[in-house]
Design a protein around this ligand. Structure first.
Ligand code: PGA
Length: 250
């Protein structure tokens, strides 16, 4: 049985004092869940968040990293830097990074490899635009993104990779994919993983849904056959609301 993984993506929000207060309020609300709880926070909140989350079941992730190990890359942060302070997860290839920061399938693939080499678990985002969806290309786009992202990885490495299916038209718009649509897209991604790595690896792969997940739709989404939890943006900025999503099965 695959576990459910609920990850918050704070994006460019929350100051350190707000991060500390958030984690202190969230801790008692999620302490009894069997679901995995992750908060992907801005770089400047990482250290405070790690300290505040110590001894709890809340894991901390970053939202991006560079694919090189070190060097003359002003303003960038390496996987090793994240790992050495205790970060466990890192979002790779979020659509906002692909759209605004020239992230490509190639850089996504390189970043995943460097993350894994540094024992960080990547949460890899794939998803179609509205235009691609309307022209019937959803499956082709998301399976291609998946194949290119995973290029060159071994099946052992795959157990440390999470995929987040995030239709771009559903991010931050209040429009959620129907649970049936989201489940079908995730099945298509799982089939692609099965083609590349076999059924067993595919059946164990954690594949989340992201795009306007909130407490009112979490249960419907997360109780489908293939959706293994969510990557939650806007609704992860309020501890009560995020806790309700984590506790969707209580
Ligand atoms: P949203 O963002 O929940 O605000 O739609 C999801 C994401 O971008 O990861």
């Amino acid at each position: 049985m695959r576990r459910k993984v609920i990850a918050g993506n704070w994006k460019m929000n929350m100051l350190p004092n707000e991060a500390i207060a958030f984690i202190e309020s969230l801790t008692p609300l999620v302490k009894d869940t069997e679901n995995e709880v992750i908060l992907c926070v801005p770089y400047t909140d990482l250290f405070y968040s790690l300290l505040t989350a110590q001894g709890t079941n809340i894991k901390i992730g970053a939202q991006n990293m560079h694919f090189e190990e070190s060097g003359a890359y002003t303003g960038e942060v390496s996987g090793k830097m994240l790992k050495c302070i205790g970060v466990e997860y890192v979002i790779i290839g979020h659509s906002e990074r692909r759209q605004y920061f020239a992230e490509t399938d190639e850089t996504v693939n390189k970043k995943i490899k460097t993350a894994l080499a540094n024992e960080l678990k990547p949460i890899v985002c794939v998803g179609e635009t509205l235009e691609q969806r309307e022209s019937g290309k959803t499956e082709e786009i998301i399976t291609t993104q998946t194949r290119l992202a995973l290029d060159g990885l071994s099946s052992e490495q795959l157990s440390n990779v999470i995929i987040a299916y995030e239709p771009i038209w559903a991010i931050g718009t209040g429009k959620t994919a129907t649970s049936e649509d989201a489940n079908n897209s995730i099945k298509a991604i799982r089939n692609e993983v099965a083609k590349l790595y076999g059924d067993e690896v595919a059946s164990e792969m954690i594949i989340q849904y992201g795009g306007s997940v909130k407490s009112s739709n979490a249960k419907e989404l997360f109780t489908t056959s293939d959706i293994d939890g969510g990557l939650v943006g806007g609704a992860s900025l309020k501890a009560d609301e995020f806790a309700k999503i984590v506790n969707y099965n209580k």
